[in-house]
Design a protein around this ligand. Sequence first.
Ligand SMILES: [Fe+2]
Length: 242
Amino acid sequence: MDVAGQIESAFQQYWGGHFEVVKSFFGEPRPREQLIAWLELQLYKEIHVVPRKAREILEMYERLDADVERSEFEAECYELADEVQHYRLLADVHELLLGERRPATSFTATPEQRELEAVRRTYANGGPFVKSVGGFAPGGGAAFAAAGSMIDGGPVERQLAAAFEVIYRQELQHYHKNRFVFDRLAREATVAELEEGLRYARELARQHFLLRNSSFGCPLSPDRVREVDAGKVAPYVPPPLY
Ligand SMILES: [Fe+2]
């Protein structure tokens, strides 16, 4: 398998883990407190990217139709709106469960979230190809939301399943859009860039999966996590868009 193929399969292995985390969590009735705890971590994930993206959009605006292509600008704006929508959908459920509203800035990062952000920072100065490996991340979101859109139960679960369906479609679209860029850059990448990309892929995919498991209160045991690390898991392969 070539290096680009190894990068893809490293992600798909851990996306299988994301799918299993969500399936295990919702596979049994969960007390309200557990749902609230997970939602609060998820709400941080959805909303904390918004101010950063908004700043990027402002910077892009300054260069729009000079050296920033207007389709890229448009895509960034839609992505920002998508994250706001994910936040709104899940914050509605959170507010219903909690019986009160919490300010968006009150949601905070867990150690696993900070660890994931540290992995991203480590590779932030890589070239365009290495950066494009980071574009695989929405595939994990698609795996997570695919499992979530199948949950059933009471009104809260049904509302969550509907939210997951929206999230799933958007994450899948982001993933395919990013893959288009990755595939193009992979064809031009040097051996050294490919190797660095593979290291990044393995670290990012694993840390993203660990974060997912911990955000749900670790439905997968340490033994099961080791099996996922060893590849004993059904990979999650995002379906094509068209
Ligand atoms: Fe999101």
